[in-house]
Ligand binder design. Structure first.
Ligand code: DAH
Length: 334
């Protein structure tokens, strides 16, 4: 009888695996546990057993009955949930793999590149580890100039440093390719500085157009078109005289504050204007460093900070957010 119970358990288990619908459970229960079921028929043989074997057989068949009842109940629950596997709920929504996105600063760089490409500029690049000559000297920044101060510049040695601006690309491009040049140079720059509006690494875009007959009007036309495309054509703009060692005359372009619409607020320091970029006509002195006859051409240059543009465009008031790598911040721009 013990052998019969074992065989019954085996066939029951195999048959249970083949069930695929909750409706199959009841017929299966009747087949094994019903009044005329397989287990019941074995129990009927109990009377013919030697009385001393009866308690053991009684408890074995009772255990099998409990096993079958529980297995049928589990199986029913599994089939109702749509799963044939115990413990796995296939009706739960899947876990989607998280998707990355282009960093907001790179998105803004691409947007700015598109505008300048449409204005006929090419894209140039230069090294982030620069020498003193290209970063300062050839840009007419004399040795005692405050920009060379140890506090601002990261030096590797007396002569090798992390570029503090993208302007050295002007020099490299003029050294290498002949005239005319009409390029922008986006890239990372480094300064030893950190607060709400400064990070030790940030991005600039340098622009340079050198060709016979280029005047200040070209500068104004290109830069106004650029800013209007970026921020809207109704934004007021103005040029304000300024100074850079590598341009003469030099100017800064201000746009009407987009936060307060010119009324005066914390962002524009109550002036109603936001400084957006520096620019000017290439100083003739710069041409002499790249073997161009200063009398033969004219050109203009400009430089702007990408993070500043992104902050204004998206109303971000702390530049460090861009580089904290907080995914909750970065995902907003995906
Ligand atoms: N290199 C300047 C800076 O880092 C930005 C700049 C200003 C670039 C005027 C220019 C320019 O080409 O004409 O602050």
């Amino acid at each position: 009888m013990e052998k019969q119970l074992e065989e019954l358990k085996q066939t029951f288990s195999e048959e249970l695996l083949l069930l695929h619908s909750p409706d199959d459970i009841e017929p299966m229960r009747v087949k094994y546990l019903g009044r005329k079921g397989a287990l019941t028929s074995i129990l009927r043989l109990m009377g013919s057993l030697d009385p001393k074997d009866r308690p053991r057989m009684g408890s074995l068949s009772n255990a099998l009955k409990v096993y079958m009842e529980e297995a049928l109940a589990d199986k029913l629950e599994g089939l109702r949930r749509g799963s044939v596997f115990k413990g796995i709920d296939v009706t739960l929504p899947g876990r989607a793999p998280s998707k990355g996105c282009v960093h907001i600063i790179n998105q803004v760089v691409s947007e700015l590149e598109e505008i300048f490409l449409s204005l006929g500029f090419n894209i140039a690049s230069g090294p982030e580890v620069e020498d003193d000559y290209h970063n300062f000297e050839a840009l007419n920044i004399p040795e005692h100039h405050p920009a060379r101060d140890m506090q601002d510049t990261f030096y590797f040695s007396n002569d090798v440093l992390l570029r503090t601006h993208t302007s050295p690309v002007q020099i490299r491009v003029m050294e290498k390719s002949g005239l005319p040049v009409r390029i922008i140079a986006p890239g990372k720059v480094y300064r030893c500085d950190s607060d709400v509006s400064h990070t030790p690494m940030f991005h600039q875009i340098e622009g340079l157009w050198v060709e016979k007959g280029i005047t200040f009007r070209h500068l104004k036309g290109v830069l106004y078109e650029f800013i209007h495309t970026l921020f809207g054509h109704d934004i007021p703009l103005r040029l304000r005289p300024s100074f850079f060692p590598f341009t003469e005359p030099s100017a800064e372009v201000d746009m009407g504050c987009i936060i307060c619409k010119g009324k005066g607020c914390r962002v524009c320091k109550n002036s109603g204007w936001l400084e957006i970029l520096g620019c000017g006509m290439v100083d003739p002195e710069v041409y002499t460093y790249v073997d161009i006859d200063p009398g033969s051409v004219t050109g203009f240059a400009f430089g702007l900070g990408v993070e500043r543009v992104a902050m204004l465009k998206y109303g971000i008031d702390d530049i460090r957010m861009f580089f904290d790598n907080d995914l909750r911040f970065l995902r907003q721009f995906s």
